[in-house]
Design a protein around this ligand. Sequence first.
Ligand SMILES: Cc1cc2nc3c(=O)[nH]c(=O)nc-3n(C[C@H](O)[C@H](O)[C@H](O)COP(=O)(O)OP(=O)(O)OC[C@H]3O[C@@H](n4cnc5c(N)ncnc54)[C@H](O)[C@@H]3O)c2cc1C
Length: 374
Amino acid sequence: MKSRVLILGAGFGGMELATLLSQALGEDANVTVIDKRDSFVFGYSRIDVMFGKTTLDEVGMPYASFVKPGITLVRETITSIDATAKRVTTDGGIYEADFLVIALGADYDMAATPGLAEHGNEFYSDAGADRLRDVLPEFSSGPLIVGICGFPYKCPPGPSECALTLHHYLTERGIREDCDITFVSPLSSPMPASAEMAQALMDSFEEFGIRLLRQRTVVRLEPGVAVLDDGTELPFALFLGVPKHQPPQVVFDSGLTEDGWVPIDLPTLETSFPGVYAIGDMAATGLPKSGTFAESAARSVSTSILARIAGNKAERNTGTGTCIVEYGDGRVSYAQLDFLTGPKLEAIYHPPSIAGKNFKQAFDDTRRARWFGQ
Ligand SMILES: Cc1cc2nc3c(=O)[nH]c(=O)nc-3n(C[C@H](O)[C@H](O)[C@H](O)COP(=O)(O)OP(=O)(O)OC[C@H]3O[C@@H](n4cnc5c(N)ncnc54)[C@H](O)[C@@H]3O)c2cc1C
């Protein structure tokens, strides 16, 4: 009998894993992928959406096009996960598996930052980015804050991209001199994994007059005022926030978390339940929460599952990924990171350039073609 593989979540991690299993096993694969959404959106597209450069409809890739031998994708909401029995309940039925891979990403805990929903905006969700398409054009003057409300959060340089793009957006509208931009980050640098990328970002902030407050978290919003963890009060006319992150509620409710995230064995991504893996943003890896790291986890888990099915060799999680930074003026920088292969972190930095933009476009095109045949 074919081994049943159940993948929860069709994001970066889930789609890459399903693709790899389909490539290896073809019609012999027996893989079911469950996701509640009807389309996939690259996280970075939300920055383009909020600044009115595109729409969610334009950037969304319908899951109906995710068609691969041996893979069934169902659109259902997962309501409980029994890791011991490898049994999953959804609003559409019950699924049982021989291998269970949980790749449900990270959700946002708006309530953790009182006042954020009432007095501020967030740009990390589709809905938040879409709302800002209407809010930003109405803005004309005053202090703006790009503020992070908790760590860890997805894509460490994402908020820096927002601050830089905001500068260029306001400049193009001819109102930059009427606005101050402050960027509040809990991190010691805008990109701790690459000192060169961090320095280049800080140089750009200085050049563009963006004030950076490091090692500070936004803990509360009052009307027109952001309160930081050291008690500092910063006035704002517009607040653009990154909400505190947490795993989806169903993951908490299923008892899979410890200290907020899902514990795994870092080299194999296996949880304490045999044959149950956790990959991507919800796994407690200590690595950046980003799509490319979810993909590298998917590569490792695919070799583990194939090894168990057919006796191939399992590969350890390499902890590799690429952090891409949009400067908002046509240039893109990126750093290729390798956390786990060698004795220490390796980071290869590529400064902002138009060639970097081409690299990002190729990144986008490759995944569209690989997952959706576009
Ligand atoms: C503004 C921004 C910019 C970013 N820029 C980059 C970048 O340049 N490069 C990069 O690599 N990463 C970037 N990221 C991060 C990247 O999007 C995430 O790290 C990545 O999507 C994580 O992959 P994942 O597979 O863990 O989860 P996800 O891709 O989030 O997928 C999780 C899936 O699980 C589904 N799901 C959740 N709960 C349920 C449920 N109960 N029932 C059914 N389905 C459910 C969701 O619908 C979702 O499709 C960015 C993110 C943001 C917000």
